[in-house]
Ligand binder design. Sequence first.
Ligand code: ATP
Ligand code: MG
Length: 297
Amino acid sequence: MSRHATTDPARICVTNAKGGTGKTTVAINVAGALNDRGRDVLFVDLDPQGNATEGLGLTDAYDAQPPTLFDALTRDPSLLGDLVVEHEEMDVIPSSIDMLQAEHELTIADLIARIRTQDHGVDPAALAGFALNVTPETVTGDHALDTLDRALSTVSGYDYVIIDSPPFYGKLTDTGVFAAGHILIPALAEATSERAIELLMDQMAAMERQTGTTVGTLGVVANRIETTSEDEMMLEWFDAAFPDSPVWEVRKRVALQRAYTEGKSIFATDERCDMAEVFSDVAATFDEQFGYTEVTA
Ligand SMILES: Nc1ncnc2c1ncn2[C@@H]1O[C@H](COP(=O)(O)OP(=O)(O)OP(=O)(O)O)[C@@H](O)[C@H]1O
Ligand SMILES: [Mg+2]
């Protein structure tokens, strides 16, 4: 039986702190592939740069007046449902120019949580003076990485939540990974990816220790692949580094850039792109992993 919309959605955070590896491209096209299989997707743009918001044709939403995702993450998680914007392939929680302040605000929230749990003799309210939204009342748990998780639990009706994360290590990314519990890692087939992935794994381990949760790696998307010997060597490295996870190969294709410019995934454009097969395979693997057994499209 299909799990379709009967339980909590599967949540996946597309992440790699290294910039320009294809997080946004992969997130949009995996969401498009899931929609193509008949799944209902909520896409969350957690990156203050708002590339996914823009890449889904929602630039106006990025400039919208508060409340925005920033307020849902730092003041009132129940605001999230009001922020949903419709797109032909998925629903979207857009990023916002205000998200530039989120890292600072979540850091203060984290300090408030630490002061409270570790008894530093400091009044948490004093720290709130440095924040726009965060107060001791908005920090409810023993860590402050749960705001997106709490926000997502207030919306329903989706099979998947796909979260695009920013290109830096920090509270915003941790908040996305904590909410998802699963990561998909886009990585370029170049030597610098080795360090990027080692650091990502260290960051995941630190987040798991802090929150007492575990994060599952769903796979790696080796992106912008060309037929060079460096690419071949890196593909072998990915396979060796992730022996238990799939490593998908997405080749360099202008059709992916053109779809982004058109505000959609390659599944909604007129142009045919051979990489659709790869993203369909990612979606099918996720359906299998999360127990969505029937194709409902
Ligand atoms: N397979 C591909 N073929 C061709 N171009 C690609 C491919 N994947 C990504 N790109 C292009 O590479 C650039 C970076 O991709 P993208 O924005 O998805 O990376 P990112 O990891 O989200 O970046 P950031 O770290 O800034 O968030 C974009 O211009 C995108 O169109
Ligand atoms: Mg991006």
